[in-house]
Structure formats: structure tokens, C-alpha cells
Design a binder for this molecule. Structure first.
Ligand SMILES: *Cc1c(COP(=O)(O)O)cnc(C)c1O
Length: 377
């Protein structure tokens, strides 16, 4: 590496804190001084503000993390033991872990190799003719991986035909849009992670879920705290999955900057796309009619190891999301049911994908450094 070139991290949650340090420090001080630390005014205000930001009559419920947000939606819908939930293997393991936390059986489908999102034809096929030996399919979880909306049109049509709700895993896609509509307001309910590196990130763990079904939101709000509708009285079987006041206060500072952060990510993606023109590596495919929010800017190459080393030599950090598909991980391999397509595209992608530095705080000089390295590929 050239001695004058400094390494650019692939992710840098500390930069997100530094960019808003005075406001975040003041919000933390306010939450600490309040004397109330769990499910208080900050949490309630964050839920209101997040629901307003989503629009479309959504209700938002805060919880401890994005994995719990998925599991809480399933519990709130009464989906658990004796039910199958369909999703993809090309996702954060959290999506599949949440299905099993709720007691349900995952069925993992393959992806479209261009957009890395669920193949809608395979979904229609399994809803019509489920694989033998699994409980009835009761829900589908669409994962908007890397910040790119799934092909929700045909997926919703297939779900409606089968009478099954569609849940959106928006952990990587806060603020993405499909044909102008906000992702997370299109299905029956949506889960968002607020992990520090996500497009909207707390400075610790956090999660939120949304639904236009107010009865479902009320039920989940009870389930997240021991099933209490009334203090100390469990009227539902619950868990403990609460968003704390300090994180809620931090998130209230960050939420008004989310749209600008997503626009900045898109501008960085445009610069990377332009730098790749004329190289052997194709820029990420953007779905027609979708507004991608580039949680990750993902490229693929059969020579991934060499390409990543070449970028590293130019001071460009990279990551792999994800190197081993869920169905090949030892906790899942051999016992998890796959769709009829067999997840071949998922396995191929896992061997080839890598992610470039992507966060709104990247400086112009850093972006130019990445672009210079890309032009040499
Ligand atoms: C991050 C993530 C989750 C889980 O969120 P946590 O807050 O880490 O529990 C779920 N699904 C996807 C696609 C994610 O990227």
C-alpha cells in the first residue's frame, strides 16, 4: 500500500456519531436526566415520529433489535409451531433465526442473481404446491437485501392468492421505495433493525416494526413486555424486547437525517457506477421503478479474492455479505427445507459477492480514492 494512502473502512458507525455529536450528546443527557430508562416518553415519541416518517397510516412499535422485530410480528400474527414461513437463504442469518425463535419452520428459496432478492416465480410455485413434509405455509418474509426493494408486485399477488400475509424485512432498506411507495408500507407488517451500521442506526441494539393494522400493533406492543396490557398482568404470552430511552433519544436525532443519508448513499453509488464503466466488473443492477438505498454497494467477481486484495492495496476496505448462505451454515445444513430451485444462485452469489465502503460520511476524497481504485480493475 502506498504510504500516503490511508485505509478506508468498509463501514464506520463512529463517523455517524461524530457527524451529529453535539445533538446526540444532548439527547443522551436528556434521556439520562429524565430518570426513566425503558418505555417512556423518548420511546413513544420515536414510535410516533417513525410512523409519521413512514406515512400511509402506519403504526410503529419499538423493540430490542431487528431479529426480535421479525419474531414479534410472527408472534403477533399467531404464527409459530405448526406453521412454515417462507424466506430466502441469501440474507442475514437473523431472518431465519427469527422464524425459529417464533417456533415456526423456515422454507428457504433461491434469489434472482441480478438483484439478489427472492425469485417471485419460485414463491408462486411453492405457495401453489408446497414441498412435502413441512407444516402449512402461513407467512412470507421478503428481504430487501442491500437496500434494494424485492419484486413485490408478483410476490404480493402470489401471497394474496394463497391467503398468506407478506412481511417485509426492511433491516437494510429504511426509506427505499418501489413505484414511489415507501418500502415497509406495502406488505402486512415490516421489521427494521436499528443496529449501528444500518441506514438508521442506534448506538447500541435497537429495532422497530410497523404495520397499518392497529390491533396487531397493540397486540405486539403487549407481547414485547411480558404480554402486559395492564402493568404486572399478562393477558398474552409475552417476551421482553424493549427499546431503551437512551437509544430512542439518539434515534430521534438521527431520523430527520435519514433521507439525506440515503440520497448521499445513492450519489456515492452513482460515482462508483461511473468509475466501473469500461472495467471487467459490472455495477449493481438497479430494479426498474425502485429507489435503492444502498445499505451495501455489492459487486461480484469469480476472482473475488484477487479483486479484494487489489482494492486493499489501494487503501479500499471491502466486506462480504454473506460468505456462507444460511442453508450451508452448520446450525442449519441438512435440516432446513429448500424450495424446488435448490438455492444454486444463492450459493454462487456467496462465492462471488463483495461490498465496497458505503456510508453517508465518506468524504469526497475518500470516494475519489475508491473510484480511482475501481478504474484500475
Ligand atoms: C441486520 C439484519 C437483521 C437483524 O437485525 P438485528 O438488529 O441485528 O437483530 C435482520 N435481517 C436483515 C436482512 C439484517 O440485515
Amino acid at each position: 500500500m502506498n504510504a500516503t494512502v490511508s485505509m478506508i473502512a468498509q463501514a464506520d458507525p463512529g463517523a455517524g456519531y461524530r457527524a451529529l455529536k453535539p445533538e446526540i450528546d444532548a439527547a443522551v443527557a436528556r434521556a439520562l436526566a429524565s430518570g426513566w430508562y425503558i418505555l417512556g416518553q423518548e420511546g413513544a415519541a420515536f414510535e410516533r415520529e417513525y410512523a409519521e416518517w413512514l406515512g400511509e397510516g402506519q403504526r410503529a412499535v419499538g423493540c430490542a433489535n431487528g431479529t426480535d422485530a421479525i419474531a414479534l410480528i410472527l408472534r403477533g400474527m399467531g404464527i409459530g409451531e405448526g406453521a412454515t414461513v417462507v424466506t430466502v437463504s441469501h440474507t442475514a442469518v437473523a431472518t431465519v433465526a427469527a422464524i425459529e425463535m417464533a417456533g415456526a419452520t423456515p422454507l428457504l428459496l433461491d434469489i434472482d442473481p441480478d438483484t439478489y432478492t427472492m425469485d417471485p416465480d419460485e414463491l408462486a410455485a411453492v405457495l401453489e404446491d408446497p414441498p412435502p413434509g413441512i407444516p402449512p405455509i402461513r407467512a412470507v418474509i421478503a428481504v430487501h437485501i442491500y437496500g434494494q426493494p424485492c419484486d413485490l408486485g408478483p410476490m404480493l399477488a402470489a401471497c394474496a392468492k394463497a391467503g398468506v400475509p407478506l412481511i417485509e424485512d426492511c433491516a437494510q432498506a429504511h426509506g427505499a421505495r418501489l413505484h414511489g411507495r415507501m418500502i415497509g408500507t406495502i406488505g402486512h407488517a415490516a421489521a427494521y433493525s436499528l443496529y449501528p451500521t444500518k441506514n438508521l442506526g442506534a448506538l447500541g441494539d435497537g429495532g422497530v416494526l410497523s404495520t397499518p393494522d392497529h390491533e396487531l400493533a397493540d397486540r405486539i406492543a403487549a407481547i414485547r413486555q411480558y404480554g402486559w396490557r395492564e402493568r404486572y398482568i399478562s393477558s398474552l404470552i409475552g417476551v421482553n424486547s424493549r427499546l431503551d430511552e437512551v437509544q430512542a433519544a439518539i434515534l430521534r436525532v438521527k431520523l430527520p437525517h435519514l433521507d439525506a443519508g440515503n440520497a448521499r448513499r445513492r450519489a456515492i453509488a452513482d460515482a462508483y457506477d461511473a468509475a466501473l464503466a469500461g472495467t471487467s466488473i459490472a455495477p449493481p443492477v438497479r430494479r426498474q421503478g425502485a429507489e435503492h438505498v444502498f445499505h451495501q454497494y455489492v459487486l461480484r467477481s469469480p476472482e473475488r479474492t484477487a479483486v479484494m486484495a487489489a482494492l486493499k492495496a489501494q487503501g479500499v476496505g471491502t466486506g462480504i455479505h454473506y460468505s456462507v448462505p444460511v442453508h450451508e451454515q452448520s446450525a442449519y445444513a441438512g435440516r432446513i427445507t429448500l424450495g424446488p430451485a435448490g438455492c444454486g444462485e444463492t450459493s454462487r452469489a456467496a462465492h462471488e459477492v463483495f461490498s465496497l465502503p458505503m456510508y453517508p460520511e465518506l468524504t469526497e476524497a475518500q470516494i475519489e480514492q475508491v473510484c480511482g481504485a475501481l478504474r484500475g480493475l
